[in-house]
Design a binder for this molecule. Structure first.
Ligand SMILES: O=C(O)c1cc(C(=O)O)oc(=O)c1
Length: 315
């Protein structure tokens, strides 16, 4: 049955709802694993979607997100502000405040944000801001405004999350490399997986990480990047194989600067909605040893989002 969006909103035509009844993963997540990229949507009646949004989703509440966390076997979440909420972070902050310390957040802010707002978000668990360059999702924000924001959040110990398409990296390079904080790339900078993994486009992304030790990457979203499929549905255990060489390359080259997330509730998928249990079962194909898995799922996200939990045991 189709899921609702509340508050009098109407879902974007063709919207795919998140998957109900995901399977239990066969891959056992290491203790302390973090789903480091997921979202909440609304609910619209409580937290209206932003007037400037490019899509209207079905609702996806923190209760539903935390139920998925428990079902899949994650310990914690990093909730990333979804573009359908613009720079209104209330749904995100509400989710963080209901998480009992088990969620941290990445917000979207404008130049007009006050220091008091930033402090309040920090107290709720926000640890970063997201700059989005994907044209179908957001209107353009001038770089001087983004740099000003980066300069203001840096002293809080926050980082910048960037979302862009691979073809735009050359043009954005100078801006990205001028950012003063840790920089986390969403979904590997969206490589075109039809192109060779050792071709010039992906090589530029690897060079970006190699030459800048402050740059991290989420090796997430095979369901978005895959061209050949097959989809992670109906028990399919060989899903998204065309993405594996790209994600593996990043995990193995930069094991201490990679993160993984479900991307639940998977905004804007057009073709299918994955079974999140099977998505978790994709992880051992891209992080092939227990050590790489522990770094990807536990050590790295803990270092970035819960540094206060470290007691000298983690590198
Ligand atoms: O590719 C996307 O459509 C997408 C959208 C959003 C968002 O709307 O925030 O977040 C993502 O991580 C991915």
């Amino acid at each position: 049955m189709s899921k609702p969006t509340s508050g009098g909103f109407e879902k974007t035509p063709g919207w795919l709802d998140w998957y109900a009844g995901p399977s239990k993963p066969q891959f056992q997540l290491p203790p302390g694993s973090v789903d480091a990229h997921c979202h909440v949507f609304g609910p619209g009646a409580q937290f209206p979607y932003a007037p400037e949004r490019k899509y209207t989703p079905c609702d996806a509440s923190w209760e539903q997100l935390f139920a998925l966390r428990n079902h899949l076997g994650f310990d914690k979440n990093v909730i990333v502000q979804a573009t359908c909420h613009g720079a209104d972070n209330r749904a995100l902050v509400d989710a963080l405040q209901h998480a009992n310390g088990r969620a941290r957040g990445v917000a979207t802010v404008k130049r007009s944000v006050s220091d008091q707002d930033l402090q309040a978000m920090h107290a709720a668990g926000v640890r970063g801001v997201r700059f989005n360059f994907v044209k179908r999702l957001v209107d353009f924000t001038p770089k001087d405004e983004l740099l000003e924001i980066a300069g203001r959040i840096a002293p809080l110990g926050w980082h910048v999350v960037i979302y862009f398409e691979a073809v735009d990296l050359p043009e954005l390079w100078d801006f990205f490399t001028s950012l003063p904080t840790t920089v986390v790339v969403d979904h590997m900078g969206r490589p075109d997986v039809k192109k060779p993994v050792d071709g010039p486009e992906f090589e530029l992304f690897l060079k970006f990480m190699r030459e800048h030790e402050n740059v991290w990457s989420k090796v997430s979203c095979p369901e978005r990047l895959s061209v050949s499929g097959p989809p992670a549905l109906d028990g399919e255990r060989k899903a998204y194989r065309d993405v594996v060489p790209f994600a593996r390359k990043v995990v193995e080259t930069f094991p201490d600067r990679v993160l993984w997330g479900t991307d639940w509730p998977h905004p804007n998928l057009k073709d299918h909605m994955p079974d999140d249990g099977l998505l978790v079962d994709f992880i051992p194909h891209i992080a092939t040893t227990p050590e790489l898995q522990r770094k990807l799922l536990v050590d790295n996200p803990t270092r970035l989002y819960w540094p206060e939990l470290l007691n000298g045991n983690l590198k």
